[in-house]
Design a protein around this ligand. Structure first.
Ligand SMILES: Cc1cc2nc3c(=O)[nH]c(=O)nc-3n(C[C@H](O)[C@H](O)[C@H](O)COP(=O)(O)OP(=O)(O)OC[C@H]3O[C@@H](n4cnc5c(N)ncnc54)[C@H](O)[C@@H]3O)c2cc1C
Length: 470
C-alpha cells in the first residue's frame, strides 16, 4: 500500500512540473469574489473603484504598491495637469475629480485649479499651464483611502496582477502574485487600470504599443528639491517675461553651455520646476529615451540612471539657476515615470482628427482641453488643434473589442497616440475612471454586459454625478 502511495505521489509531482522548464504551476492560496474588480489604483483605478462602490457594486481594488495614486504619488508627478478651458476660466473636468480636489483643498492639501496663477505657485509657462492643481502627495494618498473607506471599496495592496482566465469572450478570473502565494479574484466585471493594459493583454485584447513601430515616448524619473529661494526664482522669471526672453526664462542658454562643458548630459532643453505646497519643488527634467516600460530590467536601469541624473541636475541648478544656489535633493520617485506603453484596440478609437475638431459623440463621458504633446528625444512635439472648444471622449473608447465583461480606463484606453498623449494626464484619467466604474456597477445592477449598457442612461447618470458635458 505504502509503495502504491509513493508511486502516486511521484506521478503527481511530475504532473505538477510542466515539461517546459520555463513554466511553473503554483497553488492558489486565497480566493475572493466581487461584482467589480478594479486592477491598478492610480488616478483612473481609484476613481473607478470609488464610483463603482458608490453605485452599490461589491468592489475590490487590487494594487501592487502600498498606496493609491499611481504616478501621482509613487511617481511623484505634480502638479495635476489642466482641468479647465485653455484660458483657465472654466472647470471642465468635474464630477469625481472636482470632489477629490475639493476634499484636498478643504484640508489645505491642494490649490483649486481655478485659483492657480501662472508664474506663481504652480506653473511658469504661459501656454498650456492654466488650471493646474498643486497638491500634496501625502494628502492625495490619504484622501484616496478615505474615499475608498467611505464608499466601501475593499482595498488589497501588494497584489501584482499576473494572469486572467477567459472563456467565451469573458474573463472568468484574475490571478495575482503576492507574498502569500497566488491569490485568485473572480468578478462579474473587470476594469483594467494598470496604465499598461496588463489585464487586457492577458485576456487577448489587441493593442498598439507606442507608435505601432516600436517607437515609444521618453520616460522620466521625477524628484523633489528643497531650499529653493522662491522670491529669487520669481524675480528672474518676471524679468525675462518683461523682455520676452523665453530662452532666459527657462535657462535654455545655460543648459546648452552646461551640456557643452559636459555638466548636463541629459536631453532636456528647459528647466521644469513646479512649486509644491510645502516649499519644495518637483523637478521634471530627468529623461531616458526608448525605455520599454513593460520590461522590469529596463525600468530598473532607467530608475538607477534617473537617480544619477537627479544628482547631476541638482548640481546644474545650484550652479546656474537663480534661487537654486542652495537647493538639495529632497526625494526621488519610487517608480519611473513611463509615458507610454500599450493602448487597447477598443470598440471606438478616438482619433487625432476627432480631438482636433472637437467631434461630438452619442456617448460622451467627459470633455477636456489638454494639449497633445509627444515627448521625443531632445524635443516635445505639439499637435495643433483647429478649435479652442473642448474635445470629448466616448464611452466606447473604454470597451475592448473582444472581451465582454471588461472595461479599460486611464493611460491604456483606446485612442490614437496624439490623443492619448493628452488624455493620459491625471484629470482625464480620473474622468475615465469615473465613467468605467459607474458603467461597470450599472451593468452589474442591470445584469447586462458593459457593452450592452444603455449609454443614454450612463450619460444621464454621469451628469447627475457632476460630470460636465455641455
Ligand atoms: C514623466 C511623466 C510626466 C507626467 N507629468 C504629468 C503632470 O505634470 N501632470 C499630470 O496630470 N500628469 C502627468 N503625467 C501623466 C500621468 O501621471 C499618468 O499618465 C497618469 O497617472 C495615468 O493614470 P493611470 O491611472 O492610467 O495610471 P498610473 O498612474 O500609472 O497608475 C497605474 C496603477 O496601476 C498599478 N499597476 C500597474 N500594473 C499593475 C499590475 N500588474 N498589478 C497591480 N497593479 C498594477 C500601478 O502600481 C499604479 O498604481 C506624467 C507622466 C509621466 C510618465
Amino acid at each position: 500500500m505504502k509503495r502504491i502511495c509513493l508511486i502516486i505521489s511521484i506521478i503527481a509531482m511530475f504532473a505538477n512540473c510542466s515539461n517546459n522548464k520555463n513554466e511553473i504551476n503554483l497553488p492558489v492560496t486565497r480566493t475572493f469574489d466581487c461584482d467589480v474588480l478594479v486592477i491598478g489604483g492610480g488616478p483612473a483605478g481609484l476613481s473607478a473603484a470609488i464610483c463603482s462602490a458608490r453605485k452599490g457594486a461589491k468592489t475590490i481594488l487590487a494594487e501592487r504598491n502600498g498606496c493609491l495614486g499611481g504616478m501621482a504619488t509613487s511617481g511623484l508627478v505634480a502638479p495635476l495637469m489642466s482641468s479647465t478651458t485653455p484660458d483657465g476660466k472654466t472647470l471642465i473636468i468635474r464630477g469625481f475629480f472636482e470632489e477629490f480636489v475639493d476634499s484636498m483643498v478643504a484640508v489645505g492639501g491642494a490649490i483649486h485649479p481655478l485659483k492657480s496663477e501662472i508664474g506663481s505657485l504652480t506653473a511658469y509657462r504661459d501656454k498650456g499651464h492654466h488650471g493646474l492643481t498643486t497638491f500634496d502627495y501625502e494628502c492625495f494618498k490619504k484622501t484616496a483611502e478615505d474615499f475608498c473607506k467611505d464608499a466601501g471599496v475593499e482595498l488589497l495592496y501588494h497584489l501584482l496582477f499576473v494572469k486572467t482566465d477567459t472563456k467565451d469572450n469573458k474573463i472568468t478570473a484574475a490571478y495575482f502574485a503576492t507574498k502569500a502565494g497566488i491569490w485568485k479574484i473572480t468578478a462579474k466585471n473587470y476594469i483594467d487600470c494598470t496604465g499598461d493594459g496588463d489585464v487586457a493583454e492577458s485576456a487577448g485584447v489587441p493593442y498598439i504599443y507606442g507608435d505601432g513601430n516600436g517607437d515609444i515616448q521618453a520616460s522620466s524619473l521625477f524628484f523633489t528639491v528643497r531650499n529653493v529661494n522662491k522670491a529669487a526664482m520669481d524675480a528672474h522669471n518676471e524679468e525675462c517675461k518683461k523682455k520676452n526672453d523665453f530662452e532666459g526664462q527657462f535657462y535654455m542658454r545655460e543648459i546648452l553651455a552646461a551640456r557643452e562643458a559636459g555638466e548636463f548630459p541629459i536631453w532636456r532643453q528647459k528647466i521644469a520646476l513646479f512649486e509644491n505646497l510645502d516649499g519644495t519643488y518637483t523637478v521634471n527634467m530627468a529623461q531616458n529615451d526608448s525605455v520599454d516600460g513593460l520590461d522590469p530590467k529596463q525600468i530598473t536601469d532607467a530608475e538607477v540612471t534617473g537617480r544619477e541624473q537627479a544628482a547631476i541636475i541638482v548640481k546644474f541648478l545650484r550652479k546656474y539657476v537663480k534661487g537654486c544656489e542652495n537647493c538639495e535633493l529632497a526625494a526621488t520617485a519610487d517608480q519611473l515615470g513611463v509615458r507610454e506603453t500599450r493602448r487597447i484596440d477598443g470598440v471606438y478609437t478616438v482619433t487625432a482628427e476627432d480631438a482636433k475638431n472637437s467631434v461630438k459623440y452619442p456617448d460622451p463621458i467627459f470633455c477636456c482641453a489638454n494639449s497633445m504633446d509627444i515627448h521625443r528625444k531632445g524635443r516635445v512635439e505639439y499637435v495643433a488643434r483647429n478649435t479652442n472648444e473642448p474635445y470629448y471622449v466616448p464611452y466606447r473608447a473604454l470597451l475592448p473589442k473582444n472581451i465582454d465583461n471588461m472595461l479599460v480606463a486611464g493611460r491604456c484606453a483606446s485612442a490614437e497616440r496624439p490623443v492619448m498623449a493628452a488624455i493620459r494626464v491625471i484629470p482625464p484619467c480620473f474622468a475615465m475612471g469615473q465613467a468605467a466604474g459607474t458603467a461597470a456597477a450599472m451593468s452589474v445592477a442591470k445584469n447586462t454586459s458593459p457593452k450592452e449598457l444603455n449609454t443614454e442612461e450612463l450619460v444621464k447618470t454621469l451628469k447627475e454625478d457632476g460630470v460636465y458635458l455641455p
